[in-house]
Design a protein around this ligand. Structure first.
Ligand SMILES: *[C@@H]1O[C@H](CO)[C@@H](O)[C@H](O)[C@H]1NC(C)=O
Ligand SMILES: *[C@@H]1O[C@H](CO)[C@@H](O)[C@H](O)[C@H]1NC(C)=O
Ligand SMILES: *[C@@H]1O[C@H](CO)[C@@H](O)[C@H](O)[C@H]1NC(C)=O
Ligand SMILES: *[C@@H]1O[C@H](CO)[C@@H](O)[C@H](O)[C@H]1NC(C)=O
Ligand SMILES: *[C@@H]1O[C@H](CO)[C@@H](O)[C@H](O)[C@H]1NC(C)=O
Ligand SMILES: *[C@@H]1O[C@H](CO)[C@@H](O)[C@H](O)[C@H]1NC(C)=O
Ligand SMILES: *[C@@H]1O[C@H](CO)[C@@H](O)[C@H](O)[C@H]1NC(C)=O
Ligand SMILES: *[C@@H]1O[C@H](CO)[C@@H](O)[C@H](O)[C@H]1NC(C)=O
Ligand SMILES: *[C@@H]1O[C@H](CO)[C@@H](O)[C@H](O)[C@H]1NC(C)=O
Ligand SMILES: *[C@@H]1O[C@H](CO)[C@@H](O)[C@H](O)[C@H]1NC(C)=O
Length: 678
């Protein structure tokens, strides 16, 4: 029996909803200086102030000021110690420790980069660019210094309420080996001001404070806290907070940040391109969370694997530019709903930044402008005679990208180079613009089509080069007709059954709408619903009777047997009616995630030796971290016809590993193919 949200949950939600609306209405300021209730006039546009950008040097400091924003850095450290905007003296946390910084994980610890040398790169009335460099020098440095030269750059322009930040990481030949992870730019904001966060249209809310979290109860995963002592606002009482609930796919994480409803000010981190981010468009990373914290994670193993760590051999040279990203500040006047006004304006600004990418104003030889980049045009078609026996099918909406040369699908674990992705149109036509010079393979996957494509010929982009690749053909894995299938091949488990959250473990991700189905998977503890749905036996799916949207649990999790968590076996029952065609069958097993799991396949007898095993796979931790996918896996299992018979058959899928509740897999898609038709 399945439990659906009862009237109690519903009533609770409605009451909480009303309470939240009243908080919302009480929390704006009616600042008449800023003009009438008018969205366009409430956001100061660039022409409002036209001061020249000034640079000054108080003792041990550098200050950039364009009349809209004042940025203070330590000199030569290059830490941002102050951001003054509108009525707020400092948008950053009032603390002596670091509040705005670039860092990496090195030797198990977070490691920042204190600049040793300050330089002015550009000093004009319309733009100032500064640089803070920490240099590694093998002749003066010892083993306790990270073998990496880091050049932090900041740009302020006239009439812009914000600033750009980027960093150049460099290693020269002959330097010692290095392994780093978690390349990040972090801002810790003023907690007296910032109380509302927006990460996406459906994840926008008043947020608990760091103290609320500190007093809360730790749940099964250290980052998840039950706010049972929320002192900042009783409304948060009983909610769960976990920073991973605010993760986004990098392709969707182009703007997020915080709002001060007290001052009607927004602080936004805009990442206009994914070219410098590791792991391709579906890679998930942290965004903003309780702190108040806003960060851009450029490279991490989150929702993926340690393979994404940046590992350099002794002597290996490397250089990479992360960014620029834009820190955008905005201001709403006396609007009824400043949070919506500021969020919509931030999204608009994000689109403007995306349109002007690649930026043409950095003074950095390692950041090529548009004319110094190349492009690739093409058309991708799918060749699968069991989808269309007479013609090719356009790879409609395909993700097509260039990444470092490698195996099929290697882009999802690639982090040293740059990646350039686009979507094909309905006809399969695609254009990849603004590609940095270098050598690449072209990769693709098509929503609704199984597997991964790679174009075998390496593509060497030179400044101004233009490749025409007409027509590329992707022949997805296939031997014969589909006998049955479960799910949609789209690298995600979102189409399966995602249970309702526990009312006692909710995160009201959107204060105004607690019911957005597309975010249900982000709720804490829903994995625990498995044991309630299937108290006596594990999941059994009957082809032709069951519906994967209701009858296929989103994650193949472990079962709690009282004191141990054990692996479980799911069954797929199906009928074969006509086995006259000669030849073997094929099982396609596509996984959307795996975490310390091992999946075994058996047909018709649960107790025999497995026909196939994945072996121990995965460490993406997507179940615990509220992802609906991690890394993509595809297994093709040959099924000798002797394994099957006419009539009823059962496929047993055994996830063998136990130990904790976060071990398991998420399926993307399962298909049984018959022998080839003549
Ligand atoms: C905001 O201030 C204006 C001018 O004083 C006033 O007319 C208006 O009613 C106020 N709005 C709210 C919602 O308080
Ligand atoms: C908003 O303000 C702008 C500029 O003052 C004006 O042109 C526009 O008509 C106003 N829009 C509304 C809906 O009041
Ligand atoms: C930090 O806060 C204290 C007390 O509110 C204030 O006196 C001090 O000036 C602040 N420091 C900075 C750097 O803003
Ligand atoms: C390494 O160099 C740093 C900076 O010069 C210095 O503080 C540290 O003591 C040195 N460590 C060793 C082990 O020599
Ligand atoms: C937090 O709340 C729990 C239950 O409401 C209570 O037992 C505990 O004493 C509280 N802790 C603190 C530090 O207030
Ligand atoms: C730089 O880019 C901006 C925005 O895309 C454009 O308006 C401007 O003309 C460009 N400037 C140069 C020198 O190319
Ligand atoms: C196969 O493709 C052709 C040409 O696009 C189309 O006319 C036909 O309807 C397709 N057949 C199927 C079964 O989709
Ligand atoms: C709430 O979410 C549902 C499901 O996504 C959507 O249909 C509805 O329009 C939303 N309501 C509001 C008030 O945003
Ligand atoms: C069984 O399948 C074969 C092809 O594999 C086909 O020729 C034959 O007509 C089918 N028989 C029935 C009864 O559907
Ligand atoms: C085959 O499976 C179907 C559906 O589960 C069931 O109704 C039927 O009784 C089974 N047939 C046999 C012979 O076991």
């Amino acid at each position: 029996m399945r439990q659906r949200g009862g009237w109690l949950l519903w009533t609770t939600l409605v009451i909480l909803g009303l309470l939240c609306l009243s908080v919302d209405a009480g929390n704006y300021i009616n600042d008449t200086r800023l003009g009438p209730l008018n969205r366009t006039s409430n956001i100061p546009k660039t022409q409002d102030r036209d001061d020249a950008v000034k640079i000054t040097y108080p003792p041990k400091q550098v200050v950039l000021d364009n009349g809209l924003v004042q940025l203070t850095f330590s000199n030569p450290g290059g830490q941002i110690t102050g951001i003054k905007y509108h009525v707020i003296d400092n948008l950053l946390k009032n603390k002596t420790t670091q509040t705005a910084y670039w860092d990496v994980m090195w030797r198990g610890q977070l490691h920042g980069f204190d600049g040793k040398e300050f330089k002015v790169i550009t000093e004009r009335e319309d733009q100032v660019e500064v640089s803070f460099i920490s240099t590694y020098n093998p002749s003066f440095s010892n083993d306790s210094m990270i073998p990496l030269t880091v050049n932090k750059r900041y740009i302020m322009q006239r009439g812009r309420s914000g600033f750009y930040a980027y960093v150049i990481f460099q290693r020269d030949e002959g330097w010692p080996e290095l392994a780093i992870n978690d390349v990040r730019l972090t801002f810790k904001l003023n907690q007296d001001q910032f109380n509302y966060m927006a990460v996406s249209d459906t994840r926008r809310r008043f947020m608990p404070t760091a103290d609320d979290r500190n007093l809360g109860q730790q749940l099964a995963y250290p980052e998840a806290k039950l706010l049972n002592n929320a002192t900042s606002n009783p409304l948060f009482h009983g909610e769960v907070d976990d920073k991973y609930q605010y993760s986004s796919d990098d392709k969707n994480g182009k703007v997020h940040g915080w709002i001060s409803t007290k001052s009607s000010v927004g602080f936004w981190l805009i990442t206009p391109s994914t070219e410098f981010r590791a792991g391709g468009p579906p890679k998930q990373d942290l965004t903003s969370h309780v702190g108040p914290t806003t960060m851009c994670v450029f490279s991490s193993s989150h929702y993926a694997t340690e393979q994404l760590c940046l590992k350099f051999k002794q002597g290996e040279a490397w250089k990479k530019v992360y960014g620029p990203v834009y820190v955008y500040l905005n201001l709403a006047g006396s609007t009824r709903d400043p949070t919506t006004t500021l969020w919509h304006d931030a999204k608009q600004q994000m689109h403007e930044e995306v349109r002007s990418w690649p930026y043409n104003f950095t003074r950095c030889p390692d950041f090529p402008v548009s004319e110094q980049r190349g492009s690739v045009f093409g058309n991708l078609q799918v060749n699968d005679r069991y989808i269309n026996s007479t013609s090719l099918v356009p790879a409609s909406s395909a993700y097509v990208g260039l990444a470092a040369p490698g195996e099929v699908g290697s882009w999802q674990t690639e982090s040293k180079g740059y990646q350039f992705w686009t979507r094909a149109d309905a006809k399969g036509d695609f254009v990849i613009k603004h590609v940095r010079p270098g050598n690449y393979n072209l990769y693709a996957w098509v929503p609704g089509i199984l597997g991964d494509y790679k174009y075998e010929v390496e593509i060497s982009i030179k400044p101004g080069s233009r490749f025409e690749l007409d027509k590329l053909t992707y022949s997805p894995p296939r031997i014969g007709p589909t006998l049955w299938e479960i799910g949609i091949p789209d690298r995600s488990a979102a189409e399966f059954y995602i249970p309702d959250p526990y009312p006692t473990l909710m995160n009201k991700l959107d204060n105004n709408n607690h019911s957005d189905a597309s975010d249900k998977f982000r709720q804490y503890g829903i994995w625990g619903r498995y044991g309630e749905l299937y108290p006596d036996h594990d999941l059994v799916y009957t082809v032709g009777v069951s519906d994967y949207r209701h009858d296929w649990f989103y994650a193949h999790v472990t079962r709690n047997t009282g004191n141990v968590l054990v692996g479980t076996t799911w069954q797929i029952q199906f009928k074969l009616t006509n086995m006259t065609a000669p030849g073997d069958y094929k099982l396609r097993l596509a996984l959307a995630s795996a975490n310390y799991a091992e999946l075994e396949v058996r047909f018709n007898k649960e107790s025999k030796a497995p026909l196939f095993s994945t072996g121990r796979i995965g460490e993406d931790n997507a179940i615990a971290r509220h992802g609906i996918h991690g890394l993509y896996w595809l297994f093709d299992v040959n099924v000798p016809r002797s394994q099957l018979h006419e009539g009823n058959n059962t496929l047993y899928l055994t996830q063998t590993r136990g130990g904790n509740m976060f071990v398991g897999v998420m399926y993307d898609y399962i298909r049984l193919e018959g022998p080839p038709l003549r």
